[in-house]
Design a protein around this ligand. Structure first.
Ligand SMILES: C[S@@+](CC[C@H](N)C(=O)[O-])C[C@H]1O[C@@H](n2cnc3c(N)ncnc32)[C@H](O)[C@@H]1O
Length: 350
């Protein structure tokens, strides 16, 4: 069943920097400002900073409408995917689509720049490379296709119900309960796909900021199209970022919540990914994931080894394996709910 559904369709680190606004990605100059590093631990303080940032007046599709004067107090949460040093931003502050799109980012240590493309910020290791192309395993490559990305919320994801997935509304409510300790903080929706959960998290107003992150360029384009058609999401503190789950562009201990819906089985290495998620979570931060189990308690024992042999395109784990990896990465308070092949699990950084 699982194969049908899947194969068919804090202490956040802040910078203070002055900028005069000139956008998006031309970044080779003007990075001589040395930021003063501030650590803002309280979620309330972080939330208020984000709200202020979101009030910038601009239009993603019409950057010339920008009205900002010189900007100050940029709350930078993005880090270099190579060295994990916080990036320096040139452009309007804030964790929202307009501000991020109109900004350029630079790692001073690596002397590398990052910018937005098609309304998402590309923070992959391969961002901007002209010669090098990397082909990932099927679970990653399949979702880079424009067709799969288009179909994902138009029938593909609905198929998951047959394997026991409760559906986005209920899964969202379930996840929100686990995320209680992270309220008011920064949530990263890792492997967000077309953003069906990112939009709900952003709209809920529960978090000071939401980052919809995926490796697939086309999923992120779809994500933007859905956001664009809903003004109530467009105006939230939501940013779109391209990144690899095994190389998250955030400083260690800077994220309050990580959500990964129906994703673990698609990752090239679930253990690398969970270790990386653990790294970025702050102490007390929460990780909530869902996936298809390789087999369930009701799967006849005789069939279990076969599922291991034939389901090789995806990393379907057992419930015990998921708990084992989370625990071995140092996460605690592990808990899970299982319905047929569906599992929602949650764990916390001590
Ligand atoms: C089945 S979709 C899940 C989408 C959505 N979260 C949901 O709950 O329906 C799996 C997603 O994982 C993403 N993915 C696969 N490999 C990845 C990687 N290495 N890093 C980040 N995302 C990845 C795919 O691009 C795809 O969007």
């Amino acid at each position: 069943m699982a194969i049908m559904a899947a194969a068919s369709p804090s202490s956040s680190i802040y910078h203070r920097v002055s900028f005069s606004p000139k956008y998006p990605a031309a970044l080779s100059r003007d990075f001589h400002h040395r930021p003063r590093l501030l650590r803002l631990g309280s979620p309330r303080l972080r939330a208020s900073t984000a709200v202020r940032a979101s009030s910038a007046v601009a239009d993603v599709e019409k950057p010339e409408l920008a009205t900002e004067q010189s900007q100050t107090l940029d709350t930078e949460i993005f880090s270099c995917p190579i060295c994990y040093e916080p990036l320096i931003r040139k452009g309007p502050p804030g964790l929202n689509l307009r501000a991020v799109y109109r900004s350029g980012f630079k790692c001073e240590k690596c002397d590398k720049t990052y910018s937005s493309k098609d309304n998402y910020l590309d923070l992959t290791l391969i961002a901007g490379l002209k010669e090098y192309n990397e082909v990932k395993p099927v679970g990653t490559e399949l979702f880079r296709s424009p067709l799969v990305s288009f179909l994902y919320e138009r029938g593909w994801r609905q198929n998951f119900d047959r394997s026991g997935f409760p559906g986005p509304d209920e899964e969202f409510e379930m996840a929100q309960k686990y995320f209680k300790p992270a309220e008011g903080g920064l949530l990263v929706d890792v492997s967000c796909g077309s953003g069906l959960f990112s939009r709900r998290f952003a709209k809920s107003g529960t978090y000071s900021g939401v980052i919809a992150l995926d490796f697939s360029e086309n999923m992120l384009r779809q994500c933007y199209d859905f956001i664009k058609s809903d003004a109530s999401v467009m105006d939230t503190n939501l940013a779109l970022v391209r990144a690899d789950v095994a190389r998250l562009p955030f400083a260690s201990g800077s994220v309050d919540a990580v959500h990964a819906g129906a994703a673990l089985h698609c990752w090239p290495s679930p253990s690398n990914a969970i270790a990386e998620i653990t790294r970025v979570l702050r102490s007390g931060g929460v990780f909530v994931g869902t996936t298809f189990l390789r087999y369930t308690p009701s799967t006849p024992r005789i069939l279990r080894p076969l599922r291991q042999v034939f389901l090789t395109n995806y990393n379907y784990l057992t419930a015990e394996e998921i708990e084992d990896v989370c625990t071995s990465c140092g996460l605690t308070n592990y808990t899970s709910e299982i319905r047929q092949s569906f599992i929602m699990f949650s764990a916390q950084k001590p």
